[in-house]
Design a protein around this ligand. Structure first.
Ligand code: SAM
Length: 248
């Protein structure tokens, strides 16, 4: 029996590729890549030769492809799963094959490495002892606001992914829902030449996004609710919207 290996790839700085990733790229029998062109591009930059068969493995086919790949694992093949950047399954394909491998009792392991979640968290300067990763914020304004309201009393540091074209509206919603004083960090272009971390209150970061719109890839890290904020959010102070959400 072979093995499924999920491997993290660099999120910007090619030098973050691990020695293990390099040898997996060279030696895996099958490489299941989110985007095959990006895989070859990475291999070129790393100056490694992809030894095995390369198959496209993305959001739209990961469920249907998982069992076929696992049949190969059963027959002795090693299958390497990589996404475009960072850790597979973290807002990227990969979970379907992990689940099916577990269900079928086949070996699955991970070659860890870069992921924007932890990079942003540790650079934010906010507490790291407890945090929650919340993926991308909802796209629609109304859903985003409703969702952010449910996070208002979250005591852990929160990590959100965001895209460039929604950063302006999202910052405005964060300001409206969490208020101007909560500490936060806007982390962009992590590990890249123009890496920048803007730290401050939500009010300050909101203003900085207006004054100097950020470019590139972005992670938002927001401090959890303080003890005082938790206390202030007594049930009697819940808004009608909160009560409606609780009643659902
Ligand atoms: N699997 C990836 C990981 O482990 O971080 C995440 C993939 S998700 C489709 C892409 C999002 O991750 C971007 O929109 C951004 O929020 C975040 N991201 C990825 N690379 C980043 C970087 N170098 N700097 C800041 N954010 C990044």
């Amino acid at each position: 029996v072979g093995t499924v290996v999920l491997a993290a790839t660099p999120i910007g700085n090619t030098a973050d590729a691990s020695a293990r990733l390099r040898s997996l790229l060279e030696q895996a029998d099958i490489v299941a890549a989110e985007d095959t062109r990006r895989l070859y591009d990475l291999a070129n930059r790393l100056d490694v030769r992809v030894g095995g068969r390369v198959v496209a493995y993305h959001d739209h086919n990961e469920r249907s492809k998982a069992d076929g790949l696992l049949d190969q694992v059963e027959a002795g093949a090693s299958v390497l799963v990589v996404s475009d950047a960072g850790m597979p399954t973290i807002n990227d394909p990969g979970l379907a094959i992990v689940r099916r491998a577990i269900e079928r009792g086949l070996p699955v392991t991970c070659a860890p490495g870069p992921s924007a979640v932890l990079d942003a968290l540790v650079l934010s300067g906010l507490p790291t002892d407890r945090f929650c990763y919340e993926g991308f914020l909802p796209r629609k304004h109304s859903e985003r606001v409703q969702y952010l309201r449910t996070m208002r009393t979250e005591p852990r540091t929160m990590v959100f992914y965001e895209t460039l074209h929604r950063i302006d509206e999202s910052m405005e919603d964060l300001l409206q829902v969490f208020g101007p004083d909560r500490p936060m960090a806007l982390c962009r272009e992590l590990t890249k030449e123009y890496e920048q971390i803007r730290r401050g209150s939500i009010g300050q970061i909101r203003q900085s996004v207006i004054d100097e719109p950020p470019r590139g890839e972005i992670v938002l890290v927001i401090a959890g609710a303080s003890a005082q904020e938790m206390q202030e959010a007594q049930p009697s102070q819940f808004s009608i919207e909160d009560l409606a959400l609780l009643a659902q």
